[in-house]
Ligand binder design. Structure first.
Ligand code: SF4
Length: 278
């Protein structure tokens, strides 16, 4: 910690020969296919460098570490070759003053009594999706407001083009939006349902279900994923099922029977009979 800025270094390695430390900032965005911006990665490493240095700890090297997608954990605890390292000493050093200014500016912002007057824009999604997006765009039901169907139900987020356009035009309730502003049959159908309050089930879905043989099974499952492999035979970012539910429906006039399973131990869930066939 330095001046109320707390960092947690991903890998902090003591080089006894040099009596100095290496910092590695691990970035898993590449394995989860998220769009990461190099400048943002460097800034994360630079802020760690800034705090550690200001604690009078001698730094040898600063690296960005990227998990190698092809790595497979073959021996318990052997993570050699898991990371590809990129040396970024020069870059983080050149950001040293910028970090100091950013820290000052962040503390200034959090001490304000009024919210900064900033519109939503691309900065709300890059490098990460901001959790305040609904609040800042007013895509949430306001006090004393009554909405049949909020327009943001069309896209799930106020940054989705159709939602953004409608909100900029002042529309908040889907039932009030003129058809000419709606682009697809589904959007028009959603508006119709919001006005009529009648359930709608697509005939194609009914036909599809009628032709399905009995019994019918409904499977839902959840997976865990980690930038470093947790279990033998797995890779960075690999998905491992640890929980599922299956409903078996035998006939129209019968209630579906539920089966479920959750692996609530730290061992490999795939070894449990419950998930081995998934
Ligand atoms: S959503 Fe987040 S990034 Fe966008 S204006 Fe609001 S606080 Fe700022």
């Amino acid at each position: 910690m330095y001046k109320d800025v707390i960092v947690r270094v991903d890998i902090f390695e003591y080089i006894s020969k040099l009596k100095k430390w290496n910092i590695t900032e691990v970035k898993s965005g590449n394995i989860f296919k998220k769009l990461e911006i190099k400048g943002h990665l460097l800034f994360d490493a630079a802020i760690q460098n800034f705090v550690v240095k200001n604690n009078n700890i001698e730094i040898n090297n600063v690296y960005l570490g990227y998990p190698n997608k092809k790595f497979i954990l073959k021996t318990e605890g052997d993570y050699k070759d898991l990371l590809s390292l990129e040396l970024v000493n020069t870059e983080v050093q050149s950001l040293f003053n910028e970090v100091e200014n950013e820290v000052k500016s962040a503390f200034k912002n959090i001490s304000l009594t009024n919210e900064p007057d900033i519109n939503i824009g691309s900065h709300c999604n890059k490098p990460h999706h901001c959790g305040f997006i609904n609040y800042c765009s007013k895509a949430e039901i306001l006090k004393d407001e009554k909405l049949d169907t909020p327009v943001w139900y069309l896209g799930g987020s106020p940054t989705v083009k159709i939602v953004k356009t409608l909100m900029e035009k002042g529309y908040r309730d889907l039932s009030q939006v003129p058809d000419e502003y709606l682009k697809t049959d589904i959007q028009i159908k959603m508006k119709e349902v919001s006005q009529t309050k009648q359930n709608f089930i697509d005939k194609k879905l009914i036909k599809f279900l009628e032709n399905e043989p009995w019994p019918r099974y409904f499977l839902d499952y959840e997976t865990i994923s980690s930038p470093y492999p947790l279990f033998l035979g797995t890779s960075p970012g690999g998905r491992i099922p640890f929980q599922y539910s299956i409903h078996k429906w035998e006939q129209y006039d019968k209630e579906p029977i539920a089966f479920d399973f959750v692996h609530n131990h730290t061992s490999d869930p795939r070894k449990n009979n419950g998930t081995k066939n998934m």
